[in-house]
Design a protein around this ligand. Structure first.
Ligand SMILES: Cc1cc2nc3c(=O)[nH]c(=O)nc-3n(C[C@H](O)[C@H](O)[C@H](O)COP(=O)(O)OP(=O)(O)OC[C@H]3O[C@@H](n4cnc5c(N)ncnc54)[C@H](O)[C@@H]3O)c2cc1C
Length: 414
């Protein structure tokens, strides 16, 4: 079986993996870099999967992070269709599913996560979909023609983005959320209420506190969803968006310290295994913006910035990861931009009027701004991000006045 040797092996060719490879070259790293990913496609942007790509409005080629030829031009060895299934840290060797062995000097583990399947009878039928890869959305789109009733399980960002696209295509869409509000894991009640109102006003049937008992099957496909309590909802197609399980099994099996289902890293993205770093959705880290708590972030920002930190450490110019978290979500004509982390806030103020569909929710802890959710309010977002990064102090009495800027750069003297 083939054996490859490389200076840096990157496992996973998604957001973090691709960014790590690009960053190594940007920092002048001249050694061999192999970017090994399980998917057949070159690295691509995932956010459009539940937005414009699902809507059929963005061709896949536009989602590529770099044109196909760019990887070879940068002397990055893109190994597609290579799933790494075992790591031997002592021998500095990884084994791919196809038996190929790769010897490395340093390794960056950037394998993201796998969507959780529905833990209910019928949860693995054909016609039950997730959205994580291009292939997932291609499979959904192939079935859309024959699907009128679509049930989305999970009222998080991915489920709600999919709902906004599908209701826009004229489908009957029902969103089932187990919690008592949408976006419960990531946002405060004011934002949840706003999005619930928006979706309902477009005809999305939202069921809160909904628990799925089973998928009703007909001819090997879903025909409906049975809720705890007995109600049946018609469904020709089901999309499950209930989170991911980090892809870290080979590292944990090799003895890496784990946390929160992922792999634990320090501020330079080093795992507890020698010469192995990790970045992106799979990397649990202590985050200053979460009060030092160990968290996992699932965002493009985190994938890019952690990848940059790992690459910088390997390239010999270490810089700790300390970025302000940010995120966005597109639903209908609403652009949500968030800065900071609202977990643990003790006050949430609404700035502007939600009825105008342009407003922000400002989250405070001990009278400091720790996070913002800005809906169609890009200026608040840009200023709020600065505010969060500089320590979040401002005049609390003026926070709710949308005419008063959230942040004014200090005046330079002289
Ligand atoms: C539908 C959708 C919409 C999103 N929208 C937004 C958004 O609007 N804003 C935002 O900030 N974030 C968004 N995200 C989140 C963002 O895309 C992720 O946080 C980001 O992709 C994480 O990067 P990653 O490199 O850790 O994982 P990924 O990008 O998932 O890359 C991991 C790669 O590793 C591969 N892999 C897995 N196991 C192995 C293995 N053992 N060996 C080799 N390769 C392996 C996978 O196939 C995958 O290609 C969205 C995500 C999804 C799925």
């Amino acid at each position: 079986m083939e054996k490859t040797t490389t200076n840096v092996l990157i496992a996973g060719a998604g957001h973090a993996g691709a960014q790590a490879a690009l960053m190594l070259r940007k920092l002048g790293f001249a050694g061999a870099v192999a970017l090994a990913g399980a998917e057949a496609d070159p690295p691509y942007e995932r956010p459009p999967l539940s937005k414009a790509y699902l809507a059929g409005e963005e061709p896949f080629e536009r989602m590529l992070m770099r044109p196909k030829e760019a990887w070879a031009e940068l002397n990055i060895d893109l190994l597609r269709g290579r799933r790494i299934v075992a790591v031997n840290p002592a021998a500095h060797e990884a084994r791919c599913e196809n038996g190929e062995r790769i010897t490395y000097g340093k390794m960056i583990w950037a394998a993201g996560g796998t969507p959780r399947r529905l833990p209910a009878p019928g949860g693995d039928l054909a016609g039950i979909h997730v959205i994580r890869m291009r292939a997932d959305v291609d499979a959904i789109r192939a079935e859309l023609g024959g699907a009128n009733n679509i049930v989305i399980i999970g009222g998080g960002y991915i489920g709600l983005e999919a709902a906004s696209v599908l209701v826009g295509m004229g489908k009957r869409v029902c969103v089932l959320e187990a919690q008592d509000r949408l976006l419960a894991r990531v946002a405060g009640p004011a934002l949840s209420d706003f999005y619930e109102g928006e979706h309902r006003s477009r005809g999305v049937d939202i069921r809160l506190g909904a628990k799925v008992d089973a998928i009703i099957e007909q001819g090997g496909r879903p025909a409906g969803v049975r809720l705890a309590g007995g109600a049946d909802l018609p469904a020709d197609l089901v999309i499950v968006g209930i989170g991911i399980a980090p892809e870290v099994e080979p590292l944990i099996a090799a003895g890496a310290e784990g946390a929160l289902g992922g792999v634990k890293v320090d501020e330079f993205c080093r795992t507890s295994l020698p010469d192995i770093y990790a970045a992106g959705d799979c990397a649990a880290h202590a985050n200053r913006h979460a009060g030092g708590a160990v968290i996992r972030l699932e965002s493009v920002q985190n994938a890019h910035d952690q990848a940059a930190a790992a690459a910088a450490a390997i390239a010999g110019s270490p810089k700790p990861y300390d970025a302000v978290p940010w995120f966005w979500s597109d639903q209908y004509d609403l652009k949500l931009q968030t800065a900071g982390l609202s977990t643990g806030h003790d006050q949430a103020l609404v700035r502007g009027d939600p009825d105008s569909r342009s407003f922000s929710v400002v989250y405070l802890k001990n009278s400091r701004v720790i996070a913002l959710d800005c809906v169609n309010a890009t200026r608040d977002y840009a200023q709020g991000r600065r505010l969060v990064s500089t320590g979040g102090v401002c005049d609390l009495n003026l926070l709710t006045d949308p005419d008063v800027p959230l942040y004014k750069p200090p005046v330079r003297k002289g």
